[in-house]
Design a protein around this ligand. Structure first.
Ligand code: AGP
Length: 614
């Protein structure tokens, strides 16, 4: 997510805004910029790269001193990270400046309308259209707040906007839909920010803005209304976090924050990709429908958690798109002689887009003339630049080394690709694809529901902190979930943990079962009765040998109760989508157990967030 700061008061606005942006640096970003109002004139400065580049530009060419300003750190979603695409964005006349956090789904239509109306847009971003729309509305609206309100009524998607206008040099206007926006209430000064870390050095009195609200910020007061223009209820609170905790949104660890952000991340990754008619629109992939029809084999390459997403993708692609799909560890793929051709689609999954094993595998595939599609969370990283097409996950910056929200959004991305392949290749009827897309669209609330019931999982994790080994079992898409659960425990709790296909038990692993050994079993939905019955048998087998069974099953599945020492229920969802809900308890389990062992879950020993060496 992008970082937003706004200020109006008596202090030098540039210092307050840039310092506020510095407090938001932890969120990750790829460019930064400011806009300042002074003597009725608007001055802007923006640079790609880290904040130091912006500070250098401001030192070289200091803007006029002023006491009102806005600032932004960008996490690119539309358009590469460069000076031109950095925020703020201004209108034709240079009298309106806008910064934005989120995704405006209908920006292409709005942009076309503006250009037909004679506006000149200079960037690739969705945000710039807003500055020009406000410019138009100011011709008839009484003030910036009303103009902004009217524009918000035309936007689709998730957006938090902050705007200033030379016509009212004492006013900062903010608008919130989905992405967070908080007000800092000072004495003769007021602040706006995407989170309190930006202003708690100045004030700890805050107001959290609600959905579809407009805030008018002046030095002597704050007014909050709805998009309907009526006065709005606001939630005032006092921030008692320290700065470090504020950066984590009040959570002790970024990992906890990122686990909690998963419903939003899943929703944001779906945004703009499901048309009003329920059909999928993935033209951003830049691989034509005809090219996709000519694909005769898919190979997915990735590492670690991203590899587990690839394993789940295999089930979805084979079932929905009817295409053969192989999944390879990137570090192995590179050293074997894969049989590729121009009709092979190689999908490289990487959160960071900088994992050297994945990049080398990509280059190996390119030498064999395969078509390359990236699934990545970082706009402007190496992976998207070297692929023919890319489908971005919109998880926002993932700071903790252990991947959580990025993994769930990778699953959403692979589901979208598998369903899109089915749609363009006709391997599933339109209504079948439509029905599954509608179920996928419900997943943010299903993930939210899981998060609301995690206290028993935390208690269980703390009770197992003294264990030396935990096994994880699953069948079908539950098998990669078992692998992911084991990886989380390895990398966070430094414990021996292993994931198995439950069907493999009798082929060796059952020898590991001993009295009291904790074994987590991911049970498929009951609708998959054969699969379900087999794994219930597996639970009986291990329990008969003394295992402590921790069973994750869909709510209402009473058939597993007699064999579960601990039963964790998750919402009932379609088989292929189940990893979106069964993975979350394993993330929480690993995080809590590691915390109970006193580990730093954000920075586990020996690990890096992105492995940029082979
Ligand atoms: C997952 O929790 C680990 N941090 C690690 O396995 C990670 O998934 C792997 O290194 C791949 O990273 P990438 O997605 O950035 O390529």
């Amino acid at each position: 997510m992008c970082g937003i700061v706004g200020y109006v008061g008596a202090k030098p606005a540039l210092d307050v805004v840039v310092e506020g942006l510095a407090r938001l640096e932890y969120r990750g970003y790829d460019s930064a910029g400011v806009a300042l109002l002074s003597d009725g004139r608007l001055a802007t400065a923006k640079r790609a790269g880290k904040l130091i580049n912006l500070r250098k530009a401001l030192t070289e060419s200091p803007p006029p001193a002023g006491t009102l300003g806005i600032g932004h750190t960008r996490w690119a979603t539309h358009g590469p990270p460069n000076d031109r695409n950095a925020h703020p964005h201004t209108d034709c006349g240079g009298t309106v400046a806008v910064i934005h956090n989120g995704i405006i789904e209908n920006f292409a239509t709005l942009r076309a309308e503006l250009e037909e109306g004679g506006h000149t847009l200079r960037s690739d971003t969705d945000t710039e259209a807003v500055a020009h729309l406000i410019e138009d509305e100011l011709k008839t609206a009484g003030d910036l707040a009303e103009a902004t309100r009217r524009v918000c009524g035309r936007l689709e998607g998730a957006f938090t906007l902050v705007a200033v206008h030379t016509g009212d040099p004492g006013l900062v206007v903010g608008a919130r839909r989905n992405s967070p926006l908080v007000v800092g209430v000072g004495d003769g000064e007021n602040f706006l920010a995407s989170d309190v870390a930006a202003f708690i050095a100045h004030t700890r009195d805050a107001i959290e803005l609600g959905q579809d609200q407009i805030v008018e910020l002046r030095a002597d007061g704050v007014t909050v209304t709805g998009f309907d223009g009526l006065p709005a209820e606001v939630k005032e609170y006092h921030v008692d976090w320290d700065v470090s905790a504020a950066e984590k949104g009040g959570y002790d660890y970024f990992m906890l924050k990122e686990i909690a952000e998963q419903p939003r991340a899943v929703a944001d990754t779906l945004l703009g990709r499901i048309g009003a008619d329920g059909r999928l629109t993935l033209d951003e992939m830049r691989i034509s429908d005809q090219e996709l029809r000519e694909v005769d084999k898919i190979i997915i390459v990735a590492c670690g958690t991203s590899f587990h997403a690839g394993l789940i993708a295999k089930y979805a692609i084979e079932h929905w798109a009817g295409l053969p799909c192989e999944v390879e560890l990137a570090s192995e793929f590179r050293y074997r002689d894969p049989i590729l051709s121009r009709s092979t689609l190689v999908i490289v999954i990487s959160q960071s887009g900088e994992t050297m094993d994945a990049l080398m595998a990509l280059r190996h595939a390119r030498e064999q003339h395969a078509k390359l599609l990236g699934i990545c969370n970082v706009n402007g990283s190496t992976l998207p630049r070297e692929c023919d097409g890319v489908l971005y996950t919109h998880a926002g910056p993932e700071i903790a080394v252990a991947s959580t929200k990025a993994f769930l959004t990778q699953l959403v991305a692979v589901y979208l690709i598998a369903l899109y392949l089915a749609q363009v290749r006709g391997t599933k009827w339109g209504d079948e694809v439509f029905a599954m897309v509608q179920l996928l669209a419900q997943m943010p609330e299903k993930v939210e529901k899981v998060l609301e019931t995690m206290e028993p999982v935390r208690e269980l994790a703390r009770s197992l902190a003294g264990e030396h080994c935990v096994l994880f079992l699953g069948r079908h898409v539950g098998f990669p979930v078992a692998l992911e659960g084991a990886l989380k425990l390895k990398e966070l709790a430094y414990m021996h943990a292993e994931g198995f296909a439950a069907g493999e038990l009798k082929h060796g692993p059952i020898a590991l079962i001993e009295d009291g050994l904790p074994v987590v079993v991911v049970v498929p939905p009951r609708v998959r009765d054969v699969l379900h019955d087999k794994i219930v048998s597996n639970i009986q087998e291990i329990r008969a040998r003394g295992a402590r069974t921790i069973v994750i099953a869909e709510e209402g599945d009473t058939s597993v109760e007699p064999y579960a020492d601990t039963l964790i229920s998750v919402p009932a969802v379609p088989t292929l989508l189940q990893p979106l809900v069964t993975t979350v308890p394993l993330q929480v389990f690993a995080c809590e157990l590691a915390t109970a062992k006193g580990h730093d879950v954000d920075q586990p020993r020996n690990l890096a967030k992105s492995v940029t060496v082979e």
